[in-house]
Design a protein around this ligand. Sequence first.
Ligand code: ZN
Length: 375
Amino acid sequence: MNLYIDDNFDSGNIQLNSIEGTEITLEIRPDVGGEHMQWFHFRLDGAMGSPCTLRIVNAAKTSYPHAWENYHVCSSSDRDTWERVHTRYENGELIIEHTPDSNAQSYAYFAPYSHEQHLDLLAFCEATGLADISRLGTTLDGRAMHKVTGGTGPLTYWVIGRQHPGETMASWWMEGFLDRLLSPTDALARELRQKATVHVVPHMNLDGAIRGHLRTNAVGANLNREWDTPTLERSPEVYYTLESMRETGMHFCLDVHGDEALPYIFLSGPEGIVGYDDTHIPAQCELFGKAYEGANPDLQRVHGYPLTPPGKANMSMCTNAVAGEFQCPAYTLEMPFKDNDNAPELHQGWSPDRCAELGRSVIDALVALAREQQK
Ligand code: ZN
């Protein structure tokens, strides 16, 4: 029996150490710059029906080793439906024991989202006739960055995702969000488009995604640590986006992410920025969060990151930087790589479909915020 491991495709990441029978040892390749690694995506060929043991032997050296506890790998035989397969984190190794359903079985940290899917999403938005697609700039690997704008209202909202390229849940979320935002028939979407102009950057880190990175772009920059001083040499993705934000102004920003460790969906706000409590920001953040939780209880507001003390915000992060500069409410949305422990789904865990539903639900919360801000 000849088994093969391949990762030479869009968002592929694995290094083969050895194959002995059905025992396979692997390593995750670090992002450019070597500071981060955790994302993996590869295919095992020729093993249909054979119980295999795949060991990722450098799992303890990844960016968030504790995040492997209670984590189960995503696998697919058709690259469409991704099921969770039994996974153990033991002695610093991530061990996958699985019998492939096909001779071309894919494994990934989370259901991948390809560059082609991103291009299809832009084309879908264009085809609705309800969005403007504009070019923000060019990435360091020479790819076009695009912004989708829907609505014509006086309020200005921004929604961005995939700053961290390994967090593919943000792209699945964007599919649901943009589908509903640009619906010709959905009454709340229509109201939102009347009240607000919504600027969306569905994919901030095209280069990192194709390269199979966890957190950084083509030169190893963590885009969500570049918002205080973005440069064209190191972080053009942030530079162009912030430039566009300064042209439009902003009344709210949502930055969509995934969290490796926590098995919950949660929001993280700009409470650490200078003067936070003296502004309208806390009340409007609360209103948005409550409305979002009400629209979709997969989002909860009990578990999350600890609050940052006043004045201690990291201003290189999008949510803090824009809340500080534009004096508006802003949130980071975090979805899990694992599952929502309040409502687990054993077969798929936190899944592309649930991401998309959560993306659709945000329209309710944006309308609630717009009604308040228009008073
Ligand atoms: Zn992130």
